[in-house]
Design a protein around this ligand. Structure first.
Ligand code: RIB
Ligand code: CA
Length: 313
């Protein structure tokens, strides 16, 4: 008897790899709803891109709600230099099939989590919406099966030497969410993990030559992302990390991962370290202080096989 699919809420900032995360969620979860946050691109783009991703991966009846158009405290700082002006550079532009469902993602998150216990919340962008929802309804963390987010790092950053984009874009929100790690299970897929899951030219080529429209669209997105990454690292053959789908796989296929319980804090004031996830690796602090289940390793081949299959569905 197959286990029921996990029921999930996705909070995202599509974003090339957010689209890949939505594809994996469509293949392996029951998506209750999607909320968009400003991040990789301004909110009016990320919200529209989330609807486009839903059209591509059979989620055209799943509600998409737009949320915060700026971080809690930090100024809005997008990543359009990576993801493109609209947030979906690479494939020919396309129009979503339907209008947005609402502009009140926070209310949608609160209502959804209060009406159904045991949902997974999967943020793949800045944690602004999640922090605002918990601020509005402090009972939310205890009602969730968990929060599985892409963000942070146990090692280096990407926007700075120490800070990963999702946490760097809104450190105050990330700090607020991680403070609830004793009320709900928080799984963190940081750069130390996501850089183990890389799409190489062969991976991209298989998508581009697929007969599936969704695969071709995704292949063009990842091709754009890989080109950016190859130039960044000065290696034309380099594979690009597929960050956001890892947060979904941490819910749907946890056996592919190695997790360690750690205390994780977010630096909000350091001149060189603002946005850094400070992951305590000493191992002798009070175990009760450990608020996050940090993903340290993944079976990358298995993950890439699942991702490729989801994109080609
Ligand atoms: O640092 C990687 C993260 O920042 C991913 O979620 C990517 O989509 C961007 O939002
Ligand atoms: Ca993202």
């Amino acid at each position: 008897m197959p286990l029921p699919l996990p029921r999930v809420l996705i909070d995202c900032d599509p974003g090339l790899d957010d689209v890949v995360a939505i594809a994996v969620a469509s293949a392996h979860t029951s998506v209750v709803g999607i909320t968009a946050v400003a991040g990789n691109a301004p909110l009016h783009h990320t919200e529209r891109n989330a609807r486009i991703a839903c059209d591509l991966f059979g989620l055209d009846t799943v509600a998409v709600h737009s949320g915060a158009e700026r971080p809690l405290v930090a100024p809005p700082r997008d990543a359009t230099h990576v993801h493109g002006k609209t947030g979906l550079d690479g494939p020919p532009q396309r129009e979503p099939s339907r209008p947005p469902d609402s502009r009140d993602a926070i209310e949608f998150l609160v209502e959804s989590i209060r009406s159904e216990e045991g949902l997974w919340l999967i943020p793949t962008g800045p944690l602004t919406n999640v922090a605002l929802a918990i601020r509005a309804a402090r009972d939310l963390p205890g009602r969730l099966a968990g929060i599985s987010f892409m963000g942070g790092s146990t090692s280096h950053g990407n926007v700075t030497a120490t800070a990963e984009y999702n946490v760097w874009a809104d450190p105050e929100a990330a700090a607020a969410v991680l403070a609830h790690g004793h009320e709900t299970l928080i799984r963190m897929c940081g750069l130390n993990l996501t850089h183990q899951v890389r799409a190489d030219p062969a991976f991209v080529g298989r998508l581009l030559t697929s007969s599936s429209e969704a695969a071709q669209f995704s292949g063009a997105l990842i091709h754009h992302y890989r080109n950016y990454h190859a130039i960044l690292v000065g290696d034309p053959t380099a594979g690009c990390p597929l960050h956001d789908p890892c947060a979904v796989l941490a819910v749907t296929h946890p056996d592919l991962f190695a997790f360690e319980r750690r205390h994780v804090a977010v630096e909000c004031s350091g001149s060189h370290t603002r946005g850094m996830t400070v992951v305590d690796g000493r191992g002798y602090e009070d175990p009760k202080a450990r608020n996050v289940s940090v993903a340290m390793a993944i079976d990358a081949d298995a993950a890439l096989t699942l991702i490729s299959a989801a994109l080609t569905a």
